[in-house]
Design a protein around this ligand. Structure first.
Ligand code: SAH
Length: 251
């Protein structure tokens, strides 16, 4: 009987290739096949064996190069050939990364797997912008929220709870819905003066940051035109950027 393969779900980190974990790097070095997304920095593939097979599965905002079913199928197929498969995902595989579905598919097909966490963009991009997500004086809680919930008008989002109870709000995939997000938060009681930032390509050399308030951020974005991938961060911690920013100074 041929050797059984394995699937490693590896968090690639948010963009800067050095932010992968040591365990993630080890998996890459042992990989026979790497299945990677647009947001996993392709620089990381340089750490793999020279004859590694690479499969790009896209996930561009408007079209998928491989469908989710095709991704699932390719993971199983390669593992059944006895390969060490790395499923490399941007950030953390479990934060809006569909690792649950892919791992479930492996389980159903008797394929063993490991899940290796990664640093998620929602924490790392603010930090590279000089915005610590919590702070003893400014924020005792944070939440990561999808800005692209099923149903595009975001009626399923629990706005009241977010507005009332969470100090720092981080929206992923929210650029298109930024006007809805800003309006809903103000409608549910967040002050229009709440500092708000958008960070594009955080932790990379292309990082750009737009800063405003809940009341002004839509206008600021119209002027600065930041695009995906970008996160939106809402909360007083954004105000710390002026004094703490460091990454752009180094470029
Ligand atoms: N699993 C990923 C998130 C995938 S959802 C993670 O843990 O980071 C994709 C969204 O993540 C993008 O639409 C964007 O909102 C955010 N994102 C990913 N990388 C980013 C980066 N370098 N800078 C800003 N936002 C990023």
């Amino acid at each position: 009987m041929s050797k059984q393969g394995i699937v490693y779900f590896v968090g690639a980190g948010p963009g800067d290739p050095k932010l992968i974990t040591m365990r993630g790097l080890e998996c890459l070095q042992e990989a026979d096949c790497i299945v990677y997304d647009r947001l996993a920095n392709p620089e990381l593939i340089k750490h793999a064996k020279v004859d590694v097979e690479t499969i790009f599965c896209g996930k561009l905002p408007d079209h998928h190069t491989l469908t989710q079913d095709e991704i699932n199928a390719v993971l199983i197929e390669k593992a059944k050939e006895g390969k060490n498969v790395v499923r490399l995902k941007g950030g953390d595989p479990a934060v809006f990364g569909r690792v649950g579905e892919e791992a479930d598919f492996c389980k159903k097909h008797g394929i063993p797997y490991e899940m290796i966490p990664g640093i998620t963009a929602g924490i790392a991009a603010p930090l590279y912008a000089g915005i610590p997500i919590t702070h003893r004086e400014h924020s005792t809680s944070f939440a990561c929220i999808t800005g692209h919930a099923l149903g595009t008008d975001m009626t399923d989002t629990r706005w009241q709870g977010l507005a009332d109870s969470i100090d720092s709000l981080v929206f992923y995939m929210g650029i298109k819905n930024l006007p809805i997000i800003a309006t809903k938060l103000v409608e549910h009681g967040k002050a229009p003066e709440t500092p708000t930032a958008v960070i594009e390509w955080g932790t990379t050399e292309k990082q750009r940051v737009a800063v405003g308030t809940l009341g002004t951020i839509v206008q600021v974005m119209e002027e600065q035109q930041l695009k995906n991938p970008a996160i939106i961060i809402v909360g007083d911690v954004v105000g710390l950027r002026e004094q703490l920013k460091w990454w752009e100074n180094d470029l």
